[in-house]
Design a protein around this ligand. Structure first.
Ligand SMILES: [Zn+2]
Length: 244
């Protein structure tokens, strides 16, 4: 039986002498694995289709539940992501995040589309890399069922101004008046950055311009929150110089 799908390569692993196993995030089936036979040989015509970030239409042959790639048509290589180490690690972090949260089956479409939008933003827009990554993580967490409440104080609903606190259990900002035990003080600009990203298209974030120190704080908060909810450390973060 043959099947077709459009997918982004999340991860590749060497398999036997000449093969690679791919973890693909597909629009049609969510996360799937597929074997790329003979792809480590110099003569392989599939080399282009086994690079992380690569977006292709793949045709598989399936037998006893295992998929083998028969052919691939390149839709977008997102090669520009490799032009700076900041873009590269931000892209890798988004792939890792997708591995963590993308379900099997077609429930993953919202996250798939967000990942595509993020890779396109990294590659082709003037949006700051760390700002785009923060927006990806904020939106991705919402899709995964861990929505952060950052547009005002979770308790009194008023805007968070002079001093800001964050409750990691609730994933929510808290104002100075309402803050209590378990709420951690954070930089109010971090809350301002996160709330400026809510509900926005990633490619349109060119007007968001916070200092890198604040971008780093927002990213550390999002990554820490992800770790608290899943127990998983997003390892590509170490390539991003996020401070502390
Ligand atoms: Zn309050």
């Amino acid at each position: 039986m043959e099947e077709k799908c459009r997918a982004v390569v999340l991860k590749t692993t060497d398999y036997k002498d000449n093969d690679k196993m791919l973890t693909l995030f597909s629009y049609e089936y969510g996360v799937i694995s597929a074997c790329a036979r003979g792809v480590k040989k110099a003569s392989s015509k599939l080399k282009f289709a086994v690079q992380p970030f690569c977006f292709c239409e793949y045709v598989f042959k399936t037998s006893s539940g295992r998929r083998t790639i028969v052919s691939a048509d390149l839709i977008e290589s997102f090669y520009g992501i490799r032009e700076s180490s900041e873009k590269y690690y931000a892209g890798c972090l988004a792939l890792e995040f997708s591995m963590l949260f993308a379900p099997e089956g077609d429930d993953g479409r919202a996250l798939f589309l967000l990942l595509g939008e993020f890779l396109e933003t990294l590659c082709y827009s003037a949006v700051k890399v760390k700002t785009a990554l923060a927006a990806f993580l904020l939106n991705g967490l919402r899709i995964a069922g861990y929505e952060l409440a950052v547009s005002g104080c979770i308790r009194c609903r008023k805007p968070v101004k002079n001093r800001a606190f964050f409750n990691f259990g609730a994933g929510a900002a808290v104002c100075e008046e309402c803050a209590g035990e378990g709420d951690i003080e954070i930089n109010p600009s971090t809350v301002a950055l996160l709330s400026s990203l809510e509900g926005r298209k990633l490619t349109g974030l060119t007007d968001v311009d916070f200092p890198e120190m604040i971008e780093n704080k927002a990213l550390r908060l999002l990554i820490h929150f992800t770790r608290l909810k899943t127990g998983v450390e997003l390892r590509s973060a170490s390539g991003l110089s996020l401070g502390r």
